[in-house]
Design a binder for this molecule. Structure first.
Ligand SMILES: Nc1ncnc2c1ncn2[C@@H]1O[C@H](COP(=O)(O)OP(=O)(O)OP(=O)(O)O)[C@@H](O)[C@H]1O
Length: 247
């Protein structure tokens, strides 16, 4: 299939007696926002860790744009086009927002003289464009620690976009954010992804977010994928409702 961006086949990993992946098969399609849902400990984050090279599976393989990435180092996988945003934004809190962006750009470009050398280059205007895209350009010269949580999440997304990914993997993009702000962040996030033509996979516990923002949903349960489908299909499934959502 030509529209498959990332393809996982037969992924297995166990930690002692805990089976965190037990034969995971999943295709992520170009341009989609795929939500991963499932109970605590089902293996959702483990899948993201394997896809980014932070964990090596004991069996199975992952290809990205047809290329084997299973045994690659995290930085190699980032260079190939997979970025990650975390539940807790990974910002340098004592650097300004723009400095954080330039550090990300420097890591993408492998700049030997560090991020300060980039501040005079066209890279600066590109980083401004990305901050503008997620609505946080006005904070560019503020230290990251001065920003409220919701704005830090948006900066974290801009940082991930600074790596110029084809695929962005996210662990609960709106966790820790007040409900009223969640929709705003997800609106900004999904429109930025669409504009930049970035595919996404996001772990989510809030079914309202899944229903509104996912094109497809994969349901994890005890290291296996229980079901894949549209949000409507998945959320209407009695087994998923009982075993995964708990209603
Ligand atoms: N590096 C590790 N070493 C040992 N056990 C691990 C490791 N990573 C994950 N596990 C275990 O594997 C299981 C799956 O963990 P994982 O974090 O992938 O679940 P999850 O579905 O993301 O859960 P949550 O929704 O709570 O974040 C858990 O029992 C966890 O304790």
């Amino acid at each position: 299939m030509t529209n498959v961006l990332l393809s996982a086949k037969g992924i297995k990993i166990r930690f002692g007696g805990v089976v965190a992946a037990d034969g995971i098969d999943l295709d992520v399609l170009q341009g989609e926002n795929l939500a991963i849902i499932g109970p605590n400990g089902a293996g959702k984050t483990t899948f993201l860790n394997i896809s980014t090279g932070y964990l090596r599976p004991q069996a199975g393989s992952i290809t990205f744009l047809g290329q084997e990435i299973t045994a690659q180092l995290p930085r190699t996988i980032t260079k190939l086009g997979i970025a990650r945003a975390f539940q807790i934004p990974q910002l340098f809190l004592d650097q300004t927002v723009m400095e954080n962006m330039l550090i990300a750009a420097a890591s993408r470009l492998g700049s030997p003289s560090g991020f300060r050398a980039l501040s005079a280059l066209p890279e600066l205007s590109e980083m401004e464009r990305l901050l503008d895209l997620v609505g946080v350009k006005l904070y560019a010269s503020r230290k990251a620690r001065e920003l409220p949580e919701g704005q830090r999440k948006l900066v974290d997304i801009a940082l991930a976009l600074a790596l110029k990914p084809r695929l962005l993997l996210m662990d609960e993009p709106t966790s820790g954010v007040a409900s009223a702000e969640k929709l705003e962040i997800m609106d900004i996030l999904t429109s930025a992804l669409a504009k930049e033509k970035v595919t996404s996979v996001f772990v989510e516990h809030d079914m309202d977010m899944v229903e509104r923002y996912a094109h497809r949903v994969a349901v994890w349960n005890v290291g296996k994928i229980q079901k894949v489908g549209t949000p409507a299909e998945v959320l209407a499934d009695p087994k998923v409702r009982e075993q995964v959502i708990g209603i």
